[in-house]
Design a protein around this ligand. Sequence first.
Ligand code: TLP
Length: 353
Amino acid sequence: MKGSDYVDLRSDTVTRPTPEMRRAMAEAEVGDDVYGEDPTVNRLEQRAAEIFGKQAALFVPTGTMGNTIAVKLHTHHGEEVICEARSHVYNYELAMMAWFSGCVPRPVEAPDGVLRWEQIRGAIRPLGPHWAPTGLISLENTHNMAGGAVTPREVIEEICERAHELGLKVHLDGARIFNAATYLGCSVADLCAKADTVMFCLSKGLGAPVGSMLVGSAEDMGRARLYRKRLGGGMRQAGVLAAAGLIALEQMPARLGEDHANARWLASELARLPGIRLVHEVQTNIVIFDVAETGLTSAEFSRLLQKRGVRINGVGPSRMRLVTHYDADRAACERALAAIEEVAQAACAGRSS
Ligand code: TLP
């Protein structure tokens, strides 16, 4: 089976560029972005800043680099970064906050994936003879491992206002911030108005082949540009990538509701299958479900699905995560469901015989 024959719900990172993106990439006007001379990158950065209501933006190759730069911007060596216990910045970025910024995470558990000021307040540490002081608060919206959970605007605003009163900055890992805004029916500018920096991905639900953006103050983005270069992210004629990014940014947010509807539909169908337990309410494009009662591990379940032309990965010994996106329409989701049903039924029948 060719890669494109699979129904691939491992992530929304797997989307391929649309024909319009490919055309725009081929025709992109380019220059050397390290000299600030790539007109397409400059346009993308300007549009991202406008759409988020911030002073400036920076095009980075990955979300990991955007988060890494943000942590560096707001902290000093030897400080703590408050983040949710399952957050990406803590669990999936190769300890970059330690490696690049000399900081340690101070994880705080929020079972529903929504960190609130009450919980954060208790984790803030002043400078003292034994403690590393808090340097930054990092939020994640939507929260990936909490199943795409959305943090409402009022919650973010309260955190930012209280943090600012204490002289602390707030970074928002908004890899899927457009999914959050779609769910809430508000603009990303309103949702992120009080955050000091926001990282969002063009290459997830928005479908660009490569790229993320960091947005914030002009001063912070000026410094961020230097950190990007240090990390090897000076990409020269990156307009070929930014051209796809512009289409992702301008056109793709409007269709994210379709992905959410597909995820909700899959969740409601999965809920009636034997041996499958949904782990959370589905708000956006991520569904996490538990297969323990089928008697299979997530790795075994994944292998059996793969044989049936469906790719879904485990995110724990018995937990699986599926992510909907524009490269998997309702018909593809129906195919995925049929495969999951077959595997679950066969496993459960095997158990009871
Ligand atoms: N998430 C990927 C994997 O790394 C898990 C995925 O498939 O969901 N923040 C959040 C909330 C993310 O989900 C991701 C990627 C990133 C940051 C990092 O983005 P990249 O992969 O561009 O470095």
